[in-house]
Design a protein around this ligand. Structure first.
Ligand code: CP
Ligand code: NVA
Length: 297
C-alpha cells in the first residue's frame, strides 16, 4: 500500500514520476477525467485550510472520483470514542484513501505503518510535502533546469521549510536557509544532519539572499503554535530591498496564507515577480498526481 507522508520517504525517480504526471494532467486534463472513477477520498482537517481543501476536493472531482469531508469531531477521530486505527479500519470499508491535516505527525506516520488505507499528509506541525511538491512544479515551470535553482528561504524554521529541505536533499539545488538565531538554535541538530555543500544556514537576510533566483517565505507563527515568535524577525520582512539584493528577476514564492506586512510586504506579494497564485493553482495538479500515485495498485 502506498502513502504520501514525507518527501524524504521517496527517491528522485518516484518524485520525478509524480511531478511528470502532474505536468501531463495540467496539459491535458480531459485525458485523466475518469482516472479515479468509483474512488472516494476522505478529507480530515483538524486545522484550517483553503488551498489544500479546495485543491484536493476539486482535483479529485476532476479525476472522476468523489470526496467526503469528515469532521474529526463528528466521526470521533480523537482516540477517545475509539482508537484512530479502529476509525481507519471502518473508513477502509467505504473509501479508498484519506488525507489528514493535523498537529500530530507521529500519529499519521504510525497510522500509515498499519497499512489500513492510503494516507496523504495534508500538513502537520512537522511537514507539508504536498505544498513543496506543488512548488517544485511551479519552480520547474519557471526554471527549465532545477540544477540552476538557487533558493533562499527567509523566515521561520517550520513544516514548509522542512519539506523543502527534504526536496533539496534529493535534488541538491542551492538552498540558503535564513532563520533568526534564536529560532535556529532549537533546530540546529536537525539541520546539521541534513546540511550539505549546497544547503547552508544564514542569520542575515541580505547575505543569504545574494545570487538567489527564488525567494521563499511563510508565516512567522504557524497554525497551532502557542509561542508568538514575531519579536525575533526584525529585518526578516521580504520587501523591495531584500528582493533587490537577489538575482535580477528573482521570483517570490509563498505557500499562503500570508500575513501582509509581517513576512512580506504587499508590493512584493502582489508584485510582478510573485508567483503565489500559480503556486496555489499548481497544488491541484500535484494533488491529482499524488492521488493517482497512491491509488495505483
Ligand atoms: N498553502 C496551504 O496549504 O494553504 P491552506 O492552509 O489554506 O490549505
Ligand atoms: N506554516 C504554515 C503553513 C500553512 C499552509 C502553517 O503551518 O500554519
Amino acid at each position: 500500500m502506498k502513502h504520501f507522508i514525507d518527501i524524504n520517504n521517496f527517491n528522485k525517480k518516484e518524485i520525478d514520476e509524480i511531478v511528470t504526471l502532474a505536468k501531463k494532467i495540467k496539459k491535458n486534463p480531459k485525458k485523466f477525467s475518469s482516472f479515479c472513477k468509483n474512488k472516494t477520498l476522505g478529507l480530515i482537517f483538524e486545522k484550517q485550510s483553503l488551498r489544500t481543501r479546495l485543491s484536493f476536493y476539486v482535483g479529485m472531482q476532476k479525476l472522476g472520483g468523489s470526496v467526503l469531508e469528515l469532521q474529526s469531531k463528528d466521526i470521533g477521530f480523537d482516540d477517545i470514542r475509539e482508537k484512530a486505527e479502529d476509525v481507519l479500519n471502518v473508513l477502509s470499508q467505504y473509501i479508498d484513501c484519506v488525507m489528514i491535516r493535523n498537529n500530530n505527525h507521529k500519529q499519521i506516520v504510525n497510522l500509515s505503518k498499519e497499512n489500513i488505507l492510503p494516507i496523504i499528509n495534508g500538513l502537520t506541525e512537522y511537514s507539508h510535502p504536498c505544498q513543496i511538491l506543488g512548488d517544485f512544479l511551479t519552480l520547474q515551470e519557471n526554471f527549465k533546469n532545477y540544477k540552476k535553482l538557487s533558493i533562499v528561504w527567509i523566515g521561520d524554521y517550520n513544516n514548509v521549510l522542512r519539506s523543502l529541505i527534504h526536496l533539496q536533499n534529493i535534488y541538491n539545488f542551492k538552498l540558503n536557509v535564513v532563520v533568526p538565531n534564536q529560532i535556529f538554535k532549537h533546530h540546529k541538530n536537525e539541520f546539521l544532519k541534513l546540511e550539505n555543500k549546497n544547503l547552508k544556514y544564514f542569520s542575515n537576510p541580505i547575505e543569504g539572499v545574494k545570487k538567489s533566483n527564488c525567494i521563499m517565505t511563510d508565516v512567522w507563527v504557524s497554525m497551532g503554535e502557542k509561542n508568538n515568535k514575531t519579536k525575533y524577525f526584525k529585518n526578516f520582512t521580504v520587501n523591495k530591498k531584500i528582493m533587490s539584493n537577489a538575482s535580477n528577476n528573482a521570483i517570490f514564492m509563498h505557500c499562503l496564507p500570508a500575513k501582509r506586512g509581517n513576512e512580506v510586504t504587499s508590493d512584493v506579494l502582489d508584485g510582478k515577480n510573485s508567483v503565489v497564485l500559480k503556486q496555489a493553482k499548481n497544488r491541484m495538479y500535484i494533488q491529482q498526481a499524488i492521488l493517482i500515485y497512491v491509488l495505483k495498485k
